[in-house]
Design a protein around this ligand. Sequence first.
Ligand code: IMP
Length: 433
Amino acid sequence: MAVDVLLGLQWGDEGKGKIVDVLGHRYDVVARFQGGPNAGHTLVIEGRKYVLHQIPSGIFHPGTVCLIGNGVVLNPVILQQELAALRAAGVDLSQRLLLSRRIHLILPTHRLLDKAQEASKGAAKIGSTLRGIGPTYQDKMARQGIRLGEVHLPDFAQRYAAIKAQHLRMLTMYGFGPADFADDLKEWEGLFEACLPELRELTLVDSEVYLNQASAEGKRILAEGAQGTLLDIDFGSYPFVTSSNTTVGGAINGLGVPPKHFGSVFGVFKAYCTRVGSGPFPTEIEGDEAERLRQAGAEFGATTGRPRRIGWIDIPALKYACMLNGVTELVMTKADVLSGMDSIRVCTAYELDGEVTERMPFVADAQVTPIYADVPGWTLPADADRYDRLPEGLIRYIELLESALELPIRYVSLGADRKYIVEKPLLQPNVLF
Ligand code: IMP
C-alpha cells in the first residue's frame, strides 16, 4: 500500500512533526491534508529548532517532495515567511513544494472574523488560535471561498473585493466597527497583497491526480495530519474543536486518494496529555505537578505561545481515537518528560452519572470523573538510545498501554531532537513459540 497516514490521537501537540521528520526519509512524498497555520510542528535537528505551520514536516529530507493538499486552508503570508526561514537555513526547495489548486485561502478578513466570532461567544469561547481557520472553512462550505488556483485568474481582484465586502458587513453584525479593526486590516492586507507575486510563482498541481499517479507508480506517500483526533469537527469534544476532520477520513478527502491505497496508520500520542484552549479535559491536573510537567515538556503553544493545560494519560480517549482512525501502530512521544516521578497516574475508565464507562460523553460539559490506576515511575538513564536500555518502569508503562489499546507501540520518542527516538524491535515468530 502506497499511502501511510500519521495523525494525532489527543488534542494536538503530540509531537507529530518530529515523527514525520524521523520517518520522512522512507517516503517519496509527504502530504499535509487538513488544518492550516493553527498548527505548529516543531522539529529540532542538530540542536536547531524549526517550527512549521503549513509546510509538511518532510521538508528536511532532500529526496522527499512535500505537498499541501486540498483539505488545507492556507495563509499565503505565513507560507512566505516559512519559505524564507527555510531558505535562510539552507534548505533546497526547488521542485520540492507542490500545492493543490483547490486549497482555500485564508484572507485578512477571515482573521478579523475569527476574532469577532470568538469575542461574541464571551465565556463560551473556543480558545481558537485566531488564525482565521474557522471562518475560512465556513466560506468553503458556504461555497463562496477563494481557492489558491484563483490567484491566476484575471478577475482575482474583483473576487477578493466581493468576499471582503461581505466579510466587512458580517463584522458589523458582530458589533465590530472599522475602529476595531482598521489597523489590523491595513497591516494584514498590505502583507497579503505583497505576497501575491511570490504566491503566483509556486507550483500548483491537481494534487489528487498527482498523488494517485504517484501511488500507481509505487511511490511511497505519508499523509501528515495536524491538530488531533479529539479536536475533530465530527468526533472531538464539540463545539470545542477545530473546523476540519483531523481523523483518517480527513486524509481521504483532504488529498483525494481513495482508501484502497492506504496502508499503515501511525497514531501519535504523548505519554501524558495536554490541551490548549477551552473544552473538557477529564484528566486535567493543576498546581505544582502540572507546572513541573509544563516546564519539563516545554508545554507552551508553538503557534500562540499559550501555556498548555496538562493532564494524565487517558486510555478511554486513546481507545476511541484508535478505533476512529483504524490505527495500526502507535508512537509514544515525550516519555522523557515523565522521568524522575515516583508514580504515574493512568486513567483507565470514567465515572459518569454513577456508572463506570469508557465511552466519550456526548455533551461537552458532562461531569466525567476519571478512574485512575497508579503505576511506578522511572528515571531515564543517559544512554537510553535502545529499547533494551529503557528503564523497567517505562517498559511496563509501554506494555500496559499496548495491552489496553491492543496495538503495538513501534517508536518511543525521548526528547525534542530528531536523534532521540527508540524503535521497539518487532517480536520474531520464533520468540513467540
Ligand atoms: P482553531 O482551529 O484555531 O479555531 O482552534 C480551535 C481549537 O483547537 C482551540 O482550542 C485551539 O487551541 C485548538 N487547536 C487548533 N490547532 C491546534 C494545534 O495545532 N494544536 C493544539 N491545539 C490546537
